[in-house]
Each structure stands twice: as C-alpha cells, then as structure tokens.
Write a protein that binds this ligand. Structure first.
Ligand SMILES: *Cc1c(COP(=O)(O)O)cnc(C)c1O
Length: 373
C-alpha cells in the first residue's frame, strides 16, 4: 500500500471545484487590481462606523476564544426579530449554515431540489455530501415556487432551496406567494428560504417569521445590507429542534470575537441600515439607467445588484463580462441558460458606478466585434 491519501469514495469522486473564483484570484491572474469591485454583491458603502469601532475594540480581546454559543449575538438577533434565541443559529455566513444543514439532512442519494442557475454554493454542499440534485426552470427570470414544490413531491425531496429575493436575477416574489409555498411543502421535506437580500427588498417581501414552523428554515446574513461580508456572519431561524441539531456537527469556535462584536453593533445601528437602503436604491436606479443608455435591459431588482439582459446569448454576455474585467471592472454573470444572457452588477458608491458606466460602451463594442456575423 502506498501513502496516497485514502479519500472516501465520495470525496475521491468530487471535482476540486470552487463555487466562485474570488476577485483576488482574478487580480493575481491579471496582474493588476480591479478599479471597481462589483461582482460579489458586497456592500461598497461599507459597514456602520459603530460596527467598525466595535470590531476594533474586540481586536484587543482576540487572544480569547469566542463564546462558542454566540450568546449575545443570538439574544440580539432574537430581540430584533421577536423570536426566542433558541430558534436562532449563528455561523460563518449563510454559506456555512447551508453546509451544516446539508450535512445534517442529506446523505448519499437523498433528493434535493433547486432551480437551474440558482445559488451555486448550495449545490456545492449537496454534492459534497452525496445528495442528488434535481433542478427546475426559472419562469420569466423568477424562481418558480410551484415548479419547485411539484418537483419536490415528484422526487421525494428532503430539501428545497429557494432564495427570495433571488440571486443571480435580483427578482423577488411577494410574501403571500412565499407563504403559500411554505404551506405547500410536502411532508418529510424542508424548505430553505434564503433571504440574504431581504433587508434591501420592498416591504411585503418576507412572510411573517414563525420560528415554530417545521416546514421552513430562514437564512439571513450580515454580508449584504449590513456590509460585513468579510466578517462572515449569518444566521438561521427555524424550529428549535432543528436549530439544536446544528450543535451536533457545527464548528463551535467558528465565529470570531471580532465578528460577533461587529454584527451586534451593526444590528443595533438600524439608522445606518436605512441609509444603506436608500443609497442602494439610488445605485440601482443609476445602474438601470446606465444599462438602458447602452441598449441593455435592466431586470427589476430587490437586491443590491442589477442583472442586465445583454439581449444575445451566453457567449455574448460572457464576452461583455470578460471585456469589463479586462477594463478593471469585476463583474459576474449567471451560469446557466437562459439566465446567462445577462451580466450581474453590484451596487456601490458613485465612483464605482461611474467607472462601470465609463467602461461599458467600449466593452460592448468589443464584444459585438467578436460575435460571428
Ligand atoms: C451572498 C449570498 C449568500 C452568502 O451569504 P454569506 O452569509 O456571506 O455566506 C447566500 N445566499 C445568497 C443568495 C447570496 O447571494
């Protein structure tokens, strides 16, 4: 026997893939930093100054392990949403929570349902635990609740993934539609309602929180509206038994003290959040008008990004994205047809919106040139 690593059969079968290639990797590849970082839906307006101050203060205490129960942050989130802390689980972003949840529920061959082109990190975790992913189509650039439910019934799914508002399209369903979807979740199935962008969506997007409902687990994050993507803080709200189960497998010291302190201070500064909401709305309007000026169609957005229909195929949108990247503007695009006729551009401060507007005409012209006649 050699000393080659004896990976499990499952691990050996997995591709060495990453759900997203980071902008830092791209900067190293191109040998230059980006001028505008508009590809990861980070909040370019930055976090609350109070959160920055709290994180600086907490840095002094970084010699101590963090509270593994995240007690203070769970209390704060519980109070904010008027739910008991026993129904709140914290971890290093929604990405981590998705991984832990899939680990808890999905073993080899278990059926899982999502939409083709929806958030790839979820699919990555399902593959990692050997689940079988079933996909349904979007309908008119919206995730389709009825199709998701029907497919879950069909394949006996244990999990359905549904983001509202949606990434990568930026579209959203009303709370009543989501509530109806929750009521229709089949027995033995759990709906993951990913609400990463909900603070930036219109009133009436999130159905009422009912933490005792065993059919749904809600996921929220400090990465988007609260501007703390680099601190890695997300939370799940769900039935207490399911929330307790996370303690069986999670990384109990996965949250840092600095992140805990930053999230508590960010949550307490709702005035700053309101400021971000209006700045985001203004940036969305600006992006939409830049898109129109350049002959692209901006999709309606309930998020901190605007998805723009380039009105041709995936190869063309990819050429546009690559031309923008070559001009120092970091963007991404949906990965699956027909969504991949679009590019996706994050909201940010004026300086970034202006850099985007300045680079777009030449990038489009170059991408058109490259098109077969
Ligand atoms: C950005 C995003 C996340 C990631 O959230 P983290 O808390 O930073 O891990 C999850 N879901 C969707 C739909 C997102 O767009």
């Amino acid at each position: 026997m050699t000393n080659d690593p004896r990976l499990t059969t499952l691990a050996a079968s997995l591709p060495a893939s990453v759900p997203f290639v980071g902008p830092e990797t791209q900067e190293r590849q191109r040998g230059a930093p980006f001028t505008a970082r508009l590809g990861a839906n980070e909040n370019g307006f930055g976090p609350s100054p109070n959160a920055i101050a709290a994180m600086s203060a907490a840095a002094q205490d970084a010699w101590m392990y963090p509270d593994p129960e995240n007690h203070d942050l769970r209390e704060a989130i519980g109070a904010h949403h008027a739910v008991p802390p026993a129904n709140v689980m914290i971890d290093a972003g929604i990405d981590t929570l998705l991984g832990v949840l899939v680990r808890l529920l999905i073993g080899p061959g278990d059926a899982v349902v999502t939409s083709a082109g929806a958030y790839p990190t979820f699919n990555y975790h399902v593959a990692g635990f050997g689940g079988t992913l079933h996909t349904v189509r979007y309908t008119a650039d919206l995730e389709d609740p009825e199709r998701l439910i029907a497919k879950a019934e069909d394949v006996g799914a244990k999990l359905i993934y549904f983001a509202n508002p949606d990434n990568p399209m930026g579209t959203h369903h009303k709370a009543e539609t989501v509530a109806a979807m929750i009521s229709a979740v089949p027995p033995g199935c759990l709906l993951i309602l990913d609400e990463a962008y909900v603070e930036l969506a219109p009133e009436g997007t999130a159905p009422a929180l009912n933490p005792d409902d065993p059919r749904v687990i809600r996921m929220r994050t400090f990465s988007k509206a609260y501007g703390l993507a680099g601190a890695r803080v997300g939370y799940a709200i769900g039935q207490a038994d399911l929330i307790m189960a996370f303690n069986k497998v999670r990384n109990h010291f996965g949250m840092t003290r600095v992140s805990q302190a930053g999230a508590i201070a960010a949550l307490a500064d709702q005035d700053y959040l309101h400021q971000i909401q209006s700045q985001t709305e203004a940036a969305r309007r600006k992006l939409a008008s830049i898109a129109k000026e350049n002959g692209l169609i901006p999709l309606p957005s309930a998020t901190n990004f605007v998805t723009m229909d380039c009105r041709k195929d995936g190869a063309f949108a990819k050429a546009v994205m690559n031309e923008m990247i070559a001009r120092g503007i970091f963007l991404r695009m949906p990965g699956v047809a027909p969504l991949n006729r679009c590019i996706r551009v994050s909201c940010g401060p004026d300086i970034d919106m202006t850099a985007f507007a300045a680079a777009l005409p030449a990038a489009l012209a170059k991408a058109k040139e490259a098109q077969p006649a």
